[in-house]
Design a protein around this ligand. Structure first.
Ligand code: GLC
Length: 538
């Protein structure tokens, strides 16, 4: 596969997505332009120069549509309207065009599995009653038990708690997430038509790509049978019907030269790769890498597995360290257990932030050296840690549905610090943000970091600039070089090497002409300290 190059005609390559650096904006927490405590599109527009200077190729917006925000916007009431808390459709169109003029493409988020319970379809379904055509767009069923008092099946929820809710007339409806997110019936042609129309609506407005939420969940076994461990096919995960749906979406996207990235959480790599066949999705998030502990063998294994699973379908890999659903990278890497913490996430889990930051810096250089596209979650470039949210301020439904045992995902969604000396670290103009910022947040402010050559922001800016200008980074081959135990050394092109030291002792650098960049200082003997990475030429 030829390694395409960024800097020939910035922002115009058709295959830009094969090695793009994509920045994830969680609009509620990015920047507050109107000063009401909630981030908005005016805030994003004001920060476009910041994103351009950071050096990203695209921005992915988590849902910005009309929504009661029962699940942070993943409960969409109308795809063709921007939520008034964020702005207007006119502003979104301006934002898309302004970003594009700076060489930044826009990716929007589509949530096919469910809509909000305030979506007109669901309200009409409730009003129309049992047996109505309106109810056929969802999964309404009578209950089990003598009086229909038991849910129609035993499916476990994606969040804790029940997956069925009973309505006044006695029927139940399915929701894999919260009751405010009723699941759509993807066997219904109107559901398919509507989503293709929504795709066109956004492509017409200049959107270059779509992130597909919970992409392996929308199709259901029409009989809605009880869940039986190990039975194939699964009644609602990764069903074959999905591929036809995405092939049809691909035809829509191809007409606009637009691309997809699927949120596909699947343990089976062969099944995962099926979504990336040439006539389906262009890319999918790589959660194998995100969930990998800070361990040399496991990381190398995750990288090899990822490349091997993508190779047969010719799709580029994606590399993700963080997003709005997981504990922030520096906190994760700073925990005694270096493992992924969907399992260990708990209130007050002790963290060594200095250690976590050192590792996150090294991980940034590793990630940006890998072949494929890379996702960067807002605040990752500032090295933000996970915040402890006081219990009475938590908003994430995941917390409430766990009975209060899981802190939920708010800790990675705290409003960003922009200006160290402004109230609320410059997030807005003086109203307290919707989620509280922890003490010391302004130490992470972008303005302070921009002036500091040793900051995380400077590291990301420098690395992203080099990633654009260095032949061999981005898409293309990767070769492992011999290295001491605990050290990862990979070559991307003749003369371009990334070394990461995960051993307990400093490591000698392989022969090289120039050190292009390191994640931390070399020791006095010129060796690479523990938890440090370097990019070398020669
Ligand atoms: C995805 C989103 C997550 C949301 C869920 C339900 O996993 O990333 O934030 O809660 O889908 O839409």
């Amino acid at each position: 596969m030829a390694a395409p190059h960024h800097d020939t005609t910035p922002g115009t390559r058709e295959d830009w997505w094969r090695d793009a650096a994509i920045y994830q904006v969680y609009p509620r927490s990015f920047a507050d332009g109107d000063g009401d405590g909630t981030g908005d599109l005016a805030g994003v527009r004001a920060k476009l120069p910041y994103l351009a200077e950071l050096g990203v190729d695209a921005v992915w917006f988590t849902p910005w549509y009309l929504s009661p925000l029962a699940d942070g916007g993943y409960d969409v009431a109308d795809y063709r309207t921007i939520d008034p808390a964020f702005g207007t459709l006119d502003e979104a169109e301006k934002l898309i065009a302004e970003a594009r003029a700076l060489g930044i493409r826009t990716i929007v988020d589509i949530v096919p599995n469910h809509v909000s319970d305030q979506h007109p379809w669901f309200r009409a379904a409730l009003a129309a009653g049992p047996g109505s055509p309106e109810r056929k767009l969802f999964h309404f069923r009578p209950g089990r038990g003598d009086h229909g008092e038991l849910p129609p099946n035993d499916w476990p929820s994606q969040f804790a708690g029940p997956t069925w809710t009973r309505v006044e007339d006695g029927e139940w409806y399915l929701h894999l997430f919260t009751p405010q997110q009723p699941d759509l019936n993807w066997a219904h042609p109107v559901v398919r038509e509507e989503h293709e129309s929504v795709l066109r609506f956004w492509f017409e407005r200049g959107v270059a790509g779509v992130r597909i939420d919970s992409a392996a969940l929308p199709a259901k076994d029409p009989a809605l049978p009880d869940f039986v461990e190990g039975r194939d096919p699964h009644p609602y995960v990764d069903r074959d019907e999905l591929h036809e749906i995405y092939r049809s979406w691909r035809r829509v996207a191809d007409a606009y030269g637009a691309v997809f990235v699927g949120e596909v959480w699947l343990p089976d790599s062969e099944r995962f790769a099926r979504y990336l066949r040439p006539d389906e999705l262009h890319t999918a998030f790589n959660f194998t890498f995100l969930t990998c502990p800070w361990d040399p063998d496991r990381l190398r294994g995750a990288i090899d597995d990822t490349l091997a699973e993508h190779a047969p379908v010719g799709a580029p890999a994606t590399w993700v360290l963080c997003n709005h659903d997981v504990t922030r990278t520096v906190t994760r890497y700073g925990r005694a257990e270096t493992g992924f913490d969907f399992a260990t996430k708990a209130f007050g889990t002790p963290t060594d932030l200095e250690l976590g930051t050192r590792r996150a810096r090294a991980a940034a250089l590793l990630t940006l050296a890998l072949p494929g596209s890379v996702y960067l979650y807002q605040g990752e470039e500032l090295g933000l840690p996970e915040a402890d949210i006081p219990r009475d301020r938590i908003q994430d439904p995941m917390h409430f549905r766990s009975g209060g045992t899981d802190p939920g995902r708010d800790g990675c969604r705290v409003p960003l610090p922009w200006n160290a000396d402004a109230p609320y670290a410059g997030f807005g103009s003086g109203t307290e943000p919707w989620l509280p910022q922890p003490d010391g947040w302004s130490a992470y402010a972008a303005d302070r970091q921009a002036a500091d050559p040793a900051s995380m922001l400077t590291l990301y800016r420098t690395a992203l600039r080099l990633r654009r200008s260095e032949p061999g980074l981005g898409d293309g081959p990767l070769e492992w070089l011999p290295a001491p135990d605990g050290v990862l050394a990979l070559r991307r092109a003749p003369g371009l090497v990334c070394v990461v030291n995960l051993a307990r002792t400093p490591a000698a650098l392989p022969d090289h002409e120039t050190v292009l960049l390191t994640s931390g200082p070399l020791d006095t003997d010129g060796r690479l300290p523990t938890d440090t990475a370097a990019w070398l030429r020669g």
